[in-house]
Design a protein. Structure first.
Length: 174
C-alpha cells in the first residue's frame, strides 16, 4: 500500500473523512458505495464497490455476444476498470484502469459516437477509428459503460445493440 502521510480521527459516530486529494485521485464521488474489509495484519481497507464487477463473467459473455452479432470489438467497464472485452486487440484490456477521457465521456451520461476515438485505458492507445459509447446508468448513478469499437463504420443497428446491452445490464443491477 502507498502511504499518504495523511492522518484522520474517527468521530463520535465512527466516521472517518477521506481527504479531498485522495477522493479526487481515485475519482470517488459523494454517495459512492465503498466496500470495507480487514486484512490478516489487522489493517482496514476501503475499496470502491462495484456491483457490476461482481458479474465480470457476465460482462465478458455480453462482450462476446456483441462481437459475434456485430463483428466489432466490444468493451464493458465499471467506473474504474475494464471488466470484459472481446475482439482483437481489446481482449487484453480486461482488468486495466479506464482512462480519464473515457470516464469523463461516460460521466456525461449520454450515448455518443465520438468524432475522435476515446482512449479506453490509461497508457495504451486506441486501436480503432470508430466507437459507440453508452453509459450504464442505474437509479441515476453511473455504474460504467458499454462500447463498440471498429475501424469500420458502426451502423445505427449496431449502436442500438450496444444501447440494448447497456439497458439489459442496468436492469440486472436495479
Amino acid at each position: 500500500m502507498k502511504e499518504t502521510g495523511i492522518v484522520r480521527r474517527i468521530d463520535e459516530l465512527g466516521r472517518v473523512v477521506i481527504p479531498k486529494e485522495i477522493r479526487k485521485t481515485l475519482k470517488l464521488k459523494e454517495g459512492e458505495q465503498m466496500e470495507i474489509f480487514t486484512t490478516g495484519d489487522k489493517s482496514l481497507v476501503l475499496r470502491r464497490y462495484s456491483a457490476l464487477s461482481a458479474g465480470a463473467d457476465f460482462s465478458q459473455a455480453y462482450c462476446d455476444a456483441l462481437t459475434r452479432a456485430t463483428g466489432k470489438g466490444a468493451v464493458i467497464c465499471d467506473s474504474a476498470t475494464v471488466l470484459g472485452a472481446s475482439g482483437a486487440p481489446f481482449k487484453e484490456l480486461v482488468g486495466e484502469e479506464i482512462s480519464d477521457k473515457l470516464y469523463k465521456t461516460l460521466d456525461d451520461r449520454r450515448a455518443v459516437a465520438p468524432q475522435a476515438p476515446v482512449q479506453i485505458v490509461r497508457n495504451k492507445p486506441v486501436e480503432c477509428k470508430n466507437q459507440h459509447i453508452v453509459p450504464l446508468i442505474v437509479g441515476g448513478d453511473l455504474y460504467g459503460g458499454v462500447m463498440l469499437c471498429s475501424d469500420a463504420v458502426i451502423t445505427a443497428t449496431e449502436a442500438r445493440l450496444c444501447a440494448l446491452a447497456a439497458d439489459l445490464i442496468a436492469a440486472t443491477l436495479e
